[in-house]
Design a binder for this molecule. Structure first.
Ligand code: PMP
Length: 404
């Protein structure tokens, strides 16, 4: 398959990959490497601009406040939110899910209500819902997936009832790479009046995001999955929710008036950002999204398809090895198992050859249970991985199988 995506040229924009040319870094679903513009932004902030926002009266303080607001506006435009006040800076996708599960759940969920998840969710998109459902006397339902690793649409429709108050669903599976058909599922969830939370942790580095077109109520992402640092993430929330739901955390920066018997809170987004925020992280995330804005996603889709056909063909020739799932629409994430060699042994052997993959359940135990395996080995390709990385992986697996 012909493909002219400039993966090798992009790799040269990532200092870690330049510093370690011996590596085939295939673990971007765990954390991606930082783009050079991101590192430069962080260094510049701490060397020249360090100040907190909304508080400091020194020149850097007002500059940081302006830059922080501009970063928020940039994120809003990037995900096509209707307004920058719908963008809350959080620590990560995990924090965003906990925020919504707690604040929304406490306010809306009642005994007999249900939250609908899917069997391919990351633990971060299961545990907060499980906890709040239990506390509110509500039920938790899990939509099945097919052997191909797609959402079982019949099961989804069957479990979606007027009791369903929330559908929380991943945009892209961190194990299978499945791109879920949100254009189809969200309108169905809307029809029963459910709110929709989308876990976009694995989407942000693999395709564009348009929250208004999706029609979701909430959307979460993590900077470190998209070439920005750890410790910064985004929660998009539709304006009526962010205005009316109670704050998740309380503290400085989010209050309007405080007295000892009653306090009032600021309007969104400040209402949702108690304490000193990660200013450098927000600015760095903006730099990462500026880089992502330059990506030709159509061309990247072809690149992923090319890697996929190379992987599929090669794995077919490896005895006893299979890739979990074969969804129609997927990114370049491949989780595979050998019927002879344990995933951890395989990953350890590959790492001796400089091939970085991850082994384990990848925080998706219900998904692994659905496939009847406790663990898998995951190779996750990103924008900076070329076909050669795929060939190295395959040669590495072949070598490891012979070795054990
Ligand atoms: N959801 C998915 C699909 C993920 O892949 C991850 C990270 N592996 C998370 C949620 C949690 O992201 P974070 O650890 O950045 O909060």
């Amino acid at each position: 398959m012909e493909n002219d995506f400039p993966a090798a040229a992009l790799a040269r924009q990532f200092p870690l990959l330049v510093a370690r040319p011996e590596l085939a870094y295939l673990d971007s679903a765990a954390t991606s490497q930082l783009h050079e513009s991101v590192i430069e932004r962080i260094v510049r902030f701490y060397r020249e601009d360090n100040a907190t926002v909304h508080r400091s009266s020194c020149p850097m303080g007002s500059e940081a406040t302006v830059a922080y607001a501009a970063a928020r506006k940039f994120v809003a435009q990037y995900v096509n939110a209707a307004d920058a006040t719908e963008i809350v800076f959080v620590r990560s996708t995990t924090e965003a899910i906990n925020l919504v599960a707690n604040s929304w759940g406490r306010t809306i969920l009642r005994p007999g209500d249900e939250v609908l998840l899917t069997a391919m969710e990351h633990h971060s998109n299961i545990l907060p819902w499980q906890d709040i459902a239990k506390r509110q006397g509500a039920g938790l339902r899990l939509c099945a997936i097919t052997a191909a690793g797609e959402i079982d649409r019949d099961d989804f429709l069957q479990k979606l009832t007027e009791r369903t108050k929330m559908v929380a669903i991943g945009h892209v599976s961190n194990v299978l790479g499945t791109v879920n058909p949100l254009d189809e599922l969200i309108p169905q969830a809307r029809r029963v009046g459910a709110a929709i939370f989308v876990d976009g942790a694995q989407r942000v580095a693999s395709g564009p995001i348009d929250v208004q077109r999706l029609g979701c109520d909430f959307y979460a992402l993590s900077g470190h999955k998209a070439f920005a640092p750890m410790g910064i993430g985004v929660l998009y929330g539709r304006c009526p929710w962010l205005k009316t739901l109670p704050p998740y955390q309380l503290g400085g920066g989010m209050v309007d008036r405080v007295s000892m018997d009653c306090s009032t809170f600021r309007e969104p987004p400040e209402k949702w950002e108690a304490g000193t925020p990660n200013v450098a992280g927000a600015l760095a995330l903006r730099s990462a999204l500026e880089f992502l804005r330059s990506i030709d996603w159509k061309s990247y889709d072809h690149h992923c398809a090319s890697i996929r056909s190379r992987m599929d063909d090669a794995v077919r020739s490896l005895p006893g090895v299979r890739i979990l799932g074969s969804p129609e629409k997927k990114t370049a994430i491949f989780s595979f198992v050998s019927d002879r060699v344990h995933a951890h042994d395989l990953a350890t052997a590959l790492s001796t050859k400089g091939i970085c993959v991850r082994a384990g359940h990848h925080c998706a135990q219900p998904l692994h249970a659905a496939y009847g395996v406790p663990a898998s080995c995951r190779a996750s390709f990103s924008l900076y991985n070329a076909e050669e990385d795929c060939d190295r992986l395959i040669d590495g697996i072949r070598w490891a199988l012979d070795y054990f």
